[in-house]
Ligand binder design. Structure first.
Ligand code: F6R
Length: 593
């Protein structure tokens, strides 16, 4: 999704903003722009371009500046054009704005206040610049900005520069994240920790309704009531500064390989020998609840499907899983005694934020599992648990999925009756992943032989079905092969009509109880010409199975059975020459509904 970076300080602001934008590339974008103060021309210059940041970099003269703001855009309103890229300049040329989020009432505002001002772009952002230009008159910028913000419906994180005060950056936010970092006399503002941490030693996360002004005098912060307040800075987590690919060609491959270490980190954090180290207030939230509702989107929702089984089996708590975007608009009947568990790698997903509003309105408690403890949802939910996956840069989520499942297992185990040595079982899963990663060399050939068609299916039962759905998402999102994940027994109720010669069907078989049934489904599709690939756990494997993974605890099988699916997706995308870490149309953190 869109990214924002602003810099004010003694070093070159253009360099820092461009570097910050590069660090935000992983979020997904389709155009980029920058504005900076040019001391020689005594003006604010604006450059923008579609496509990659390199296209923008090529436009920039060899200038240096002390003040700059920049943006990467992921189109929501208006096509990918230079005119729609940020920064946007007000109709009078005075104000320059970059914006993340969506202004829902932009058309109504244009009709009411800007009837005579022609629209120069198809974006909702231009309206912010134009309203500022219209409202400021002879007055001060902060008053005009407050008036504009008071009219906006929707979400925003924005930076503003003013040609009449070219050495000043204004920043404001509602619902979209914005962090202000500093080191000595340098200030950097960004929508994401990854962009901030190369410069900042400490940071503060702005709260909704606050406005920050940065200029020669320093930094001043006004809260939502307009009161001048002292910002509270905390040290930057330097883990976010390490964003290189190491020995790997892609972040996705690096992150796949990090999974054993992530699982070990989770058990170190949350399991002290056999004792749980889940914070007491979090464990207390589960006391006496009648029903657990898990809410999430995409891969995190697929982790939630595994979570349902873990909570029902380990803690005997009836659990429902909801797609966040559905829950936000069609919440089901909710009974007293419900607890809401949100799962979000980024902690910024807009569908979850809308769902959380409903949960809070109705007075239910909420807990979020997230990878980003500085995220908006971590602040807005009643409590959060970190999943300790470390920064996930590839758009396709891998290590966050296994980390979410491991933390769900630890949590379900902690609030349930125990019974298994979770520390040992997760450690065995980590070892099994490590063992399988040694076999990575088989995948290029396997993909070459079996994934020739533009469509594919994953099938499985129980937890294998949950993994089949995640496996299908992984394959389709980075290789663009149309893939669906099905319950193995459901295929014959309609979808089997799509099976013809050479269509790949990848079966996941880890569950002893249903292995024979899944084998029947395999026989059914095979007899209709499907090209079957079997991923089997050692204890249920048969002669001729293509991928064998080590046997681990039956409740934790997704931690290991998803690894072949991640590698198949990676190699299929590699063989097709796709942009593995930044698949088309996708964003890492989906901050719009
Ligand atoms: C797919 C993927 C997405 C995210 C989804 C939710 O690989 O990463 O499906 O899982 O957009 O994002 P978070 O977990 O940040 O709420």
């Amino acid at each position: 999704m869109c990214g924002i970076v602003g810099y004010f300080g003694e070093e070159d602001a253009i360099k820092h903003v461009m570097e910050g934008l590069r660090r935000l590339e992983y979020r997904g974008y389709d155009s980029a722009g920058i504005s900076y103060h040019d001391a020689k021309q005594k003006d604010l210059l604006v450059f923008k371009e579609t496509g990659r940041l390199d296209n923008l970099a090529r436009l920039l003269p060899p200038d240096e500046s002390r003040v700059a703001i920049g943006h990467t855009r992921w189109a929501t309103h208006g096509r990918v054009t230079k005119a729609n890229a940020h920064p946007h300049v007000s109709h009078d040329g005075r104000f320059i704005v970059v914006h993340n989020g969506i202004i829902e009432n932009h058309k109504a505002l244009a009709g009411t206040y800007l009837e005579d001002v022609p629209r120069r772009s198809a974006t909702d952002t231009e309206i912010i610049a134009d309203l500022l230009g219209s409202f400021v008159g002879d007055g001060d910028v902060l008053t005009a900005l407050r008036r504009v913000l008071g009219l906006l419906e929707g979400s925003y994180a924005l930076l503003v520069m003013d040609r009449e005060h070219p050495g000043t950056i204004y920043a404001a936010k509602r619902k979209s994240p914005l962090l202000v970092g500093r080191k000595g006399r340098e200030t950097i503002i960004a929508s994401d920790m990854t962009a901030l941490c190369a410069v900042a030693a400490e940071y503060t996360a702005l709260t909704d309704g606050s406005i920050v002004t940065i200029d020669e005098e320093g930094l001043s912060l006004h809260d939502h009531e307009g009161e001048l307040v002292r910002p509270e800075f905390v040290p930057v987590d330097k883990a976010y500064a390490e964003t290189d690919k190491g020995v790997f060609d892609h972040y996705m491959l690096k992150e796949i390989h990090e999974q054993p270490a992530v699982l070990r980190r989770i058990i170190d954090q949350y399991c002290e020998d056999e004792e749980s180290r889940i914070p007491k207030d979090v464990a207390a939230m589960f006391q006496g609840i009648e029903r657990l509702h898990i809410l999430a989107a995409g891969t995190s929702m697929h982790a939630g499907l595994v979570g349902k089984v873990l909570f029902e089996k380990l803690a005997r708590i009836p659990t429902e899983v909801h797609i966040a975007s559905e829950f936000a608009h069609h919440p089901p009947l909710l009974a007293e005694g419900s607890l809401f568990l949100l799962i979000s790698q980024s902690g910024e997903t807009a569908d979850l934020r809308s769902s959380l509003e409903i949960i809070k309105e109705r007075g239910f408690p909420s807990l979020i599992l997230t990878n980003v403890k500085t995220s908006t949802l971590a602040r807005e939910a009643d409590a959060y648990l970190e999943i300790f996956a470390g920064p996930e840069i590839a758009v396709a989520s891998t290590k966050a999925y296994t980390a979410q499942i491991a933390v769900l297992a630890v949590l379900a185990h902690a609030v349930g009756e125990g019974g298994i040595s979770l520390r040992k079982e997760v450690a065995l899963a980590a070892q099994a992943i490590e063992n399988h990663l040694q076999d990575r060399h088989i995948y290029a050939d396997l993909v070459d032989r079996h994934l020739k068609k533009p469509q594919a299916f994953y099938i499985g039962r129980g937890l294998d079905h949950a993994v089949a759905r995640e496996a299908a998402l992984k394959l389709k999102e980075i290789s663009y092969i149309h893939t669906e994940g099905f319950a193995a027994g459901e295929l014959k109720h309609g979808t089997i009509a799509l099976i013809e010669d050479q269509v790949p069907v990848i079966a996941i078989v880890t569950e002893e109880k249903t292995a024979a049934h899944t084998r029947s489904a395999i026989a059914e599709v095979e007899s209709r010409g499907a090209d079957v690939v079997v991923i089997a756990m050692a204890h249920v494997a048969e002669e001729g199975d293509h991928i064998i993974i080590d046997t681990i605890n039956p409740l934790l099988t997704p931690l290991v059975s998803v690894i072949p699916a991640q590698l198949i997706a990676y190699h299929a995308a590699l063989a097709r020459g796709k942009d593995i870490d930044k698949p088309r149309n996708l964003a890492k953190s989906v901050t719009v509904e």
